[in-house]
Design a protein around this ligand. Structure first.
Ligand code: CMP
Length: 247
């Protein structure tokens, strides 16, 4: 599934020269936690950072593994998720361009708290633990940006937990479909129907439910004419009625 962060291009247009690749220092300047760095600091940090590409579907690390690096997304998307032995999964976050992950194991010295995989072809900057700490200690603005991101994530997780505890699956599914339709709307204007490219398994992960229960609820929505489904797509046909179901 595709939910993107702010647009950041590794390629910049230069007059008369077509597209030229941006160097790492320039890329850092477009990422919120590094945005306040001066040119010199940015160049020095860029020298400490590895840049690596990963294909869609690559598992970067698993929950419980030791972690010694912070990752920053330059292109693509990362899914942070937890899973059970029975194969059920919950998606804790979908992170896009400009966002970072892997900071928790660095900050508390504990193993990785969740799994991370690429959901698109992805390019990452990788900052090792020591460099991460010296960067944080020298830049108050970076410390603030990390604390801000952690608070935002905790809020989102609180919402997820509250919904999982107190809302029925039918309600959670309808809310997620409305939210994703609105993302489509923001990108494309007001289409006649909203195409969401996701499998039922992914959708189950997003709302903390099993694939079977999502399948059952989608059948009900289909019978009412609110959605259409195919193998890896859910089409919302009547957003207005779907919204009324969650009031
Ligand atoms: P770390 O524990 O090192 O490895 C897994 C990473 O996933 C973690 O650092 C965070 O960067 C990220 N992560 C874990 N839980 C959440 C969450 N609830 N929301 C967003 N990101 C998370």
């Amino acid at each position: 599934m595709c939910i993107k962060g702010f647009p950041l291009s590794k390629w910049q247009r230069s007059e008369g020269k077509g597209l030229i690749p941006m160097d790492s220092a320039e890329v850092l300047g477009q990422i919120p936690i590094f945005a306040s760095l001066g040119n010199e600091d940015r160049r020095s940090l860029a020298r400490q950072i590895d840049r690596r590409s990963f294909q869609k579907g690559t598992l970067l690390f698993r929950r419980g593994e030791a972690g010694d690096a912070l990752y920053i997304i330059i292109r693509g998307q990362i899914r942070i998720f937890a899973s059970t032995r029975q194969g059920n999964e919950i998606t804790l976050a979908l992170l896009g361009v400009g966002e970072f992950f892997g900071e928790m194991a660095l900050l508390d010295g504990q193993p990785r708290s969740a799994n991370a995989e690429t959901t698109e072809d992805t390019e990452l900057h990788i900052l090792q633990r020591d460099n991460f700490f010296s960067f944080l200690m020298h830049k108050e603005s970076a410390l603030r940006a990390i604390l801000y991101a952690l608070s935002r994530r905790l809020r989102r997780t609180d919402n997820l937990l509250t919904e999982a505890c107190f809302l029925q699956i039918s309600h959670r599914l309808a809310r997620k479909l409305v939210e994703l339709s609105q993302t489509v709307e923001a990108a494309t204007g007001s289409p006649a129907s909203y195409e969401i490219f996701t499998t039922q398994r992914e959708m189950a992960g997003l709302i903390g439910a099993t694939r079977e229960s999502v399948n059952k609820e989608l059948k009900i929505l289909r019978r009412k004419g609110l959605v259409q489904t195919s193998r890896s797509r859910i089409t919302v046909r009547d957003l207005g009625r779907l919204k009324r179901r969650i009031r």
